[in-house]
Ligand binder design. Sequence first.
Ligand SMILES: Nc1ncnc2c1ncn2[C@@H]1O[C@H](COP(=O)(O)OP(=O)(O)OP(=O)(O)O)[C@@H](O)[C@H]1O
Ligand SMILES: [Mg+2]
Length: 224
Amino acid sequence: MIATVPVVQTRDLVKRYETGGETVVALDHIDFSVAAGEFVSIVGPSGSGKTTLLNMLGLLDGPTEGEIRLEGEDVTDLSSRERTAARKRTIGFVFQHFFLLPTLTAVENVEVPRLFDDDPETTARAERLLERVGLGDRLRHKPSELSGGQKQRVAIARSLINEPRLLLADEPTGNLDRETGKQILEEFARIKREDDVAIVAVTHDPLVNEYTDRTVELVDGVTS
Ligand SMILES: Nc1ncnc2c1ncn2[C@@H]1O[C@H](COP(=O)(O)OP(=O)(O)OP(=O)(O)O)[C@@H](O)[C@H]1O
Ligand SMILES: [Mg+2]
């Protein structure tokens, strides 16, 4: 068997926050990894470190101790500029509150991560991605003219614009009813299968675990 390099991997990851003379250990020596084509959920009580871990995996914030590797490359000590470049190359994000820009159409929202790239193919690619998530007939609609599930589909299409290897989602079904949540999860499962991306979703929604390959539980910054 060929040993494949995980898409993202942490070793002995520690994150401490210092606030007002007090120290909070948000992550306490976490070893975590996800392979290509794997869908992993992170569950745990409020304050257990889920969002902190997702922020570390997404290179949005650096750890206090330990190591992070992205596709085998040590990204622990990158400068903020290098981190941004690595993030853009490799990682897509989907959030609970969609974060679409209200004045832009669906297609324009999907193009946002490529705004400064000046690539004439971007619009066509954004349209294809929207078609893929079932929004081919909503390309010119503004977010206010879309349902919650449709907005989340736009956000998913946007997360795919740079062909990420890793998709990170924080409560992706948190604002959706059960049926719409299911459709979004089926979309993730399909993306995982077709594009072989690694997906990590933080969630309180038990429904998510019906779609994942593995669940990691965090309690007080420790995995069990
Ligand atoms: N920027 C910060 N500064 C100081 N402490 C922080 C910061 N961000 C998070 N924390 C603390 O770190 C711990 C983990 O927070 P985190 O947001 O990762 O939890 P969570 O598991 O995502 O919780 P929830 O389910 O409520 O979203 C908490 O005790 C929190 O108060
Ligand atoms: Mg959180």
